[in-house]
Design a binder for this molecule. Sequence first.
Ligand SMILES: Cc1cc2nc3c(=O)[nH]c(=O)nc-3n(C[C@H](O)[C@H](O)[C@H](O)COP(=O)(O)OP(=O)(O)OC[C@H]3O[C@@H](n4cnc5c(N)ncnc54)[C@H](O)[C@@H]3O)c2cc1C
Length: 393
Amino acid sequence: MLRSLWLDDDDGGRLTGPGPQRAAAARVGTPSVEIVGAGVTGLSCALTLAEAGIAVRVHDARGVAGGASGRNAGFALRGTALAYDEARDALGPQAARELWALSEVALLRLAALAGDAFRPEGSLRLAVDAAERVRIRAEYEALAADGFAAEWREPPVGGCGGRFHGALFHPNDGAIHPLRWIGRLANVARAAGAEIVEGSRVGSLADLAAAHVVVATDGLGAGLLPALDAVIVPARGQVIATAPVQPHTVVCPHYAREGFDYWQQLPDGRLVVGGCRDTDPTREATRDDGVTPQIQSRLEELAAAVLGAPPLITHRWSGSWGETPDRLPLVGPVAEAVAGRSGVWIAAGYSGHGNVLGLACGDLIARGILGEAASVLAPFDPARRFDGAAAPL
Ligand SMILES: Cc1cc2nc3c(=O)[nH]c(=O)nc-3n(C[C@H](O)[C@H](O)[C@H](O)COP(=O)(O)OP(=O)(O)OC[C@H]3O[C@@H](n4cnc5c(N)ncnc54)[C@H](O)[C@@H]3O)c2cc1C
């Protein structure tokens, strides 16, 4: 049972299996760029580079979508891990606006690439009490003031016996089938000429001979950039899925309690529920792919609350992402003093919000390698976490 629901829906591996190949030349000798990680970030980077005619090789210790990209609960959300008003306070209005707009463009690109692996349903951020209502209302007002799509919903909203105190509906968000989406992205990257080597663990960046190396490991890259291990720490998310349930009452991805509880109902009626990691945060600071009785029972309670009765649980699984102190990813070039070699780039540490942002950041890293400047990435500059001697700040 410790297996993701998405794996059972992968058409026997057809979607994540090898796709069409074009650049056989990239398979011999040293490519121009080597990428560590075949999740959404690494594959997005590989796609942009391959489309520009650059020889690129992606290494993954597991395989395509073996990390968080294939194990999450399928929420495709705009923005960063900070709510829009929090981003405005932390980064200033212009940077927050630019990042939000970047994620909106990435979401459109995701929808175009993913086909029916994306469902444009919107998403609902729900308030469990009056205090959370105030915080969510602040995000709604900030988005509306800056002209971004956002709708306020008064109770009753979100089901669960009317326990929610209001909600922010994000009309442009949606749901993905993670494995199908990433499988398609991998196949598009392969078709453009990228080489993807599965079962290829990179022990040290010094082992890679390419002029440019991209670390696209979110929360799973411990040891690759030792100076970063204290900055990007792992956080595990546990998930359950139920047998199909009717009626279909959950019409889009829902999340509440500052994102600690989240659930969506698939078109066939199955409910996917994740979160509750705040029940045991110390033990959940791990890259281990296990589950624990304590959090699983909380997820079962949440599923029962959503559906009004305890459902049959068919799948249990987990995955880990990378958390940073300011909840923003590290995206950009890494100083040689930190990386131990030249030509190293990173895009990691999305703090649980990398499904759409990872697509954008992988593409922007590729553009950086191609010599295009991207000022929108300034708030994500890895240098913000280091002093000149490569010590974490
Ligand atoms: C349960 C759960 C719920 C989530 N919910 C959301 C959400 O609601 N919204 C959202 O936007 N995001 C969410 N996320 C986060 C999101 O899934 C990730 O941020 C995103 O998928 C990161 O993609 P990535 O490509 O950067 O990293 P990953 O998909 O983690 O890929 C990294 C890859 O690097 C490989 N790797 C690591 N080290 C090495 C090495 N030394 N050598 C070779 N390969 C290596 C791994 O095998 C892995 O395949 C969630 C994640 C989980 C697990």
